[in-house]
Design a protein around this ligand. Structure first.
Ligand code: ATP
Length: 270
């Protein structure tokens, strides 16, 4: 079967309304939206529009969602690929894939390129130099650096990358003119969890006894992805029990279930 080179979405529907909490991060990426929409506003005074931004934070906190919302808000195409896809790739494909990605994005500019799990390609070079697949990874990383240096300041393609391991990234990625902006996307606090619940409750038929303050307090350490899971799971539990609306007990059962899942995951890690 033919491997897909990358994903391309020319009509992104995601907006900042879909991203709950993350006020600071949203403010920072709002600037990227502005660069994409009104580049002249910035370049007339001789300023250079940044080429890249790095979203840093734990899994499931909304990094992909936020990057997509930037494309949706700016109404520009969204090109994406995941660094982890490269791990399973055939030798020699990585660099050409990166080249094709940038070529397409430039043709459709203004546009966003999103690279999820950039650490899979962007780990510091020169370690485990014995393995062949590592050469492949380095070629891919080098191609990425070349592409970012290659496009002019008025290309109007902005590369957003995401990682939960900024500490292991090759420093060359963070140099000026590359991913020189880091934006932190943290786990939500209790107030933010409530906002995330509100977003994911929108499509559900809700019972009157739902208490969002209570649920937000019952879910410390949950990511946005975990909360989205809880909401979906609660709806399925309610349906399974033949209910007309999703109620408090369904949510508590769903929270228990997700906590069970998280504990299992942690057991595997430790
Ligand atoms: P990973 O590091 O695992 O790739 P991520 O940080 O990119 O994770 P997303 O893929 O954006 O996380 O989040 C997964 C899903 O969780 C989203 O599609 C959304 O449904 C929900 N979600 C996460 N964070 C938020 C948030 N801040 N507001 C609303 N929904 C969120």
């Amino acid at each position: 079967s033919k491997a897909k080179l990358f994903d391309q979405n020319t009509e992104v529907k995601t907006s900042f309304k879909d991203v709950a909490g993350l006020e600071g991060a949203k403010e920072e990426v709002q600037e990227i939206v502005d660069f994409l929409k009104f580049p002249e506003k910035y370049t007339t005074l001789g300023g250079k529009i940044p080429k890249g931004a790095l979203l840093v934070g734990p899994p499931g906190t909304g990094k992909t969602l936020l990057a997509k919302a930037v494309a949706g808000e700016a109404k520009v195409p969204f090109f994406s690929l995941s660094g982890s896809d490269f791990v399973e790739m055939f030798v020699g494909v990585g660099a050409s894939r990166v080249r094709d990605l940038f070529k397409q994005a430039k043709e459709k500019s203004p546009s966003i390129i999103f690279i999820d799990e950039i650490d899979a390609i962007g780990r510091a070079r020169g370690k485990n130099a014995m393995s062949g697949s590592n050469d492949e990874r380095e070629n891919t990383l080098n191609q990425l650096l070349t592409e970012m240096d290659g496009f002019g300041t008025n290309t109007n393609v902005i590369v957003i990358a995401a990682t939960n391991r900024a500490d292991i990234l090759d420093k060359a990625l963070m140099r000026a003119g590359r991913f020189d902006r880091q934006i932190f996307v943290d786990l939500p606090d209790v107030r933010e969890r409530k906002e995330i619940f509100e977003v994911h409750l929108r499509p559900l038929k809700k019972a009157k006894n739902l208490d969002l303050d209570f649920l937000s307090k019952q879910t410390p350490g949950f990511s946005g992805a975990d909360i989205a899971n809880v909401c979906n799971e609660a709806a399925l539990i309610a349906a399974r029990n033949g209910k007309k609306a999703v109620d408090k007990q369904d949510f508590l059962d769903a929270v228990d279930r997700i906590i069970g899942g998280l504990e299992k995951k942690n057991k595997i890690i430790t």
